[in-house]
Write a protein that binds this ligand. Structure first.
Ligand SMILES: [Zn+2]
Length: 206
């Protein structure tokens, strides 16, 4: 499939009384991932959860009023995403990291590079996707101050490459990318994933 964005049905259910808001269908082009919640769910898991579970946990909780049991105060709702079977999984999608205001520290950037999966199984993030629907990280748009750079895996040279205006710098393997981001305090903002062709072996991904 050449499509961009995940076609889902979203259901939102009160964790106290199980009231459900009407579900709706839409295309998730960007999966918003608030950095603080992401780090929290990682710390709570004691480092034991799969990256996909941490991602899912980060955006499966929502605080809002419940029209059945809590019209005044916000209560917890569980948000579930189910892939629309008729449309199938997309060719690519993107994670959008929502950072706190101000520049991120090298340590926080290190946390994100640790939590951001290089490969992920879509079936562990949304319901109704076939197990083994694997995506790999291919490209990141990163920000330092008001300056954007792009880091992408270039299969022609089989390594990660940094594109900074007209300057092109090879970075080698993923460790080289992490090093670059932490030293330059480049915050990954938009991370693009593409579906891995099923014929490809894991050692051929990067
Ligand atoms: Zn309720």
């Amino acid at each position: 499939s050449d499509t961009f964005g995940i076609h889902v049905t979203e259901t939102t259910e009160c964790t106290l009384c199980h009231f459900k808001y009407p579900s709706h269908r839409f295309t998730r082009f960007f999966q918003m991932v608030p950095f603080e919640l992401w780090r929290e769910s990682w710390q709570r898991s004691g480092g034991q959860s799969a990256p996909e579970e941490l991602l899912k946990g980060t955006y499966s909780r929502e605080l809002r009023q419940c029209q059945k049991c809590s019209k005044e105060a916000d209560v917890g709702f569980e948000v579930r995403h189910t892939l629309e079977g008729s449309k199938g999984p997309p060719g690519c999608f993107a994670l959008l990291v929502q950072w706190l205001a101000g520049a991120a520290s090298s340590a926080d950037i290190g946390v994100v590079t640790h939590l951001m999966p290089l490969t992920m199984d879509l079936s562990m993030v949304v319901s109704n996707a076939a197990p083994g629907t694997i995506y790999r990280l291919r490209c990141m748009i990163c920000l330092y101050g008001a300056h954007f750079i792009t880091i992408a895996f270039n299969p022609a040279v089989f390594q990660w490459v940094q594109y900074d205006d007209a300057k092109v710098t090879p970075l080698g393997g993923w460790d080289g990318v992490v090093d670059k981001l932490k030293k330059g305090r480049f915050q990954p903002e938009v991370c693009f994933y593409e579906m891995v062709p099923s014929a490809l072996l894991p050692e051929e991904y990067y």
